[in-house]
Write a protein that binds this ligand. Structure first.
Ligand code: ADP
Length: 363
């Protein structure tokens, strides 16, 4: 009798069942009875359709039929709705046997639930990231708006101060003593500086506003920037080498500014008594182009690596090196418009390499 023949399966953790060609239960072990939420006697001799009405319309039944007809091994994960309304997941391995089909079932409900939980968590996480990104973008826009208004509206009073300093000097200069004239000169220089800073801030807040994607030949672009800087290059006697550069989509006007800023810095922060050497190159990564601009200049202490990309952050006095500390902040903003990152590797007294990436799929 089949029940005896298969009784070694009775206590197996995996479910074991045999159905004949009429879909009648010939054998079920304890686990199948447990999973199926019927006791053994309630199942044996009955057809699957009698016990689980509608089962003939399920994917599991289609696999059973396939195994029964083709007499070949079939495997699947089955979502099973129990008569009490709960759902379970079983990995089913079906094999043809003399009586019909033998089905081995493994309860994978817990794994499946964990999988679904993970999927849901990922969806939730993605939604949270989207939400936060939207918040950040809005905040950034607000800040840009503020920088724009502040710098734009400051220009008028700065111009007025400059005008009145001029008038004062011209109309009353002959009545002022040397010290007073010197104070006026200091005020004038400070005012000029304020004017430079506000217009730099205005440019920063406007960056990329009217940007336009173009197919950019970077070899050509770099050559043009080098030509534009030829006077400074000559004066610093720098040796510049350029590796192979790509032709790729980018915001051309803004990218020109990045290359120009990085090259200007490499030329500016040079070591005395050393021939300045600068190398510009590019590596292809999976989803981006990674450009690098290397110099053998004064270098930067590691502690300042993040700070230098912030607006108006400088490591030197203006009487040592000219500048207003906005060049790298501009570069960062432009590189981010290209879905890229800008970083620096550097050692004091040895030199610096600035790396920036631009995504390949910018359209
Ligand atoms: P700026 O050049 O006007 O000072 P940047 O934003 O371009 O402003 O640079 C910020 C600071 O980073 C510079 O003041 C300088 O201290 C440092 N720096 C940038 N590039 C280099 C470089 N190639 N070598 C050494 N220091 C650098």
């Amino acid at each position: 009798m089949p029940q005896d023949k298969y009784s070694i399966f009775d206590e197996m953790i995996e479910g074991v069942q045999i159905v004949d060609s009429d879909w009648r239960y010939v054998y079920v072990n304890n686990t199948v009875a447990l999973h199926g939420k019927y006791n053994k006697q309630e199942l044996l001799g009955y057809t699957m359709m009698e016990k689980y009405p509608g089962i003939e319309n399920t994917a599991m039944f289609a696999s059973l039929k396939q195994c029964m007809t083709d007499r070949k091994h079939v495997q699947m994960i089955n979502e099973f709705n129990f008569p009490d309304g709960s759902t379970g997941y079983f990995e089913l391995r079906m094999d043809p046997v003399t009586e019909g089909v033998l089905v081995l079932s493994f309860d994978v409900t817990k794994q499946k639930q964990a999988e679904y939980f993970l999927q849901n968590s990922n969806i939730l996480l993605e939604e949270k990231v989207k939400e936060r990104t939207a918040e950040l973008t809005a905040k950034n826009r607000e800040l840009e708006q503020f920088a724009y208004i502040a710098s734009h509206d400051l220009q008028e009073p700065i111009r007025t101060v400059a005008n009145y300093i001029g008038v004062l000097k011209e109309d009353y200069g002959h009545q002022l003593d040397e010290a007073a004239l010197k104070y006026l000169e200091v005020m004038n220089r400070a005012n000029q500086r304020m004017s430079q800073l506000t217009s730099a801030l205005l440019d920063y807040s406007r960056l990329g506003r009217d940007r336009e994607i173009k197919t950019v030949d970077f070899s050509k672009l770099v050559k043009e920037v080098i030509d534009d800087l030829s006077q400074v290059i000559k004066a610093s006697a720098a040796r510049i080498t350029v590796g192979q550069l790509p032709v790729t989509n980018a915001y051309e006007v803004e990218m020109r500014q990045v290359i120009q800023n990085l090259l200007t810095n490499a030329l500016k922060f040079k070591k005395k008594d050393t021939v300045l050497e600068i190398n510009i190159s590019c590596k292809e990564k999976e989803e981006a182009w990674q450009f690098s601009i290397h110099d053998n200049g004064i270098g930067i202490d590691k502690v300042h690596f993040d700070r230098i990309f912030e607006i108006f952050q400088r490591l030197h006095q203006r009487d040592q090196y000219e500048g207003n500390g906005i060049g790298l902040a501009n570069c960062k903003k432009i590189v981010e418009l290209h879905h890229g990152h800008i970083t620096v590797e550097s050692e004091v007294g040895i030199g610096s390499t600035f790396f920036f990436t631009i995504a390949k799929n910018i359209k």
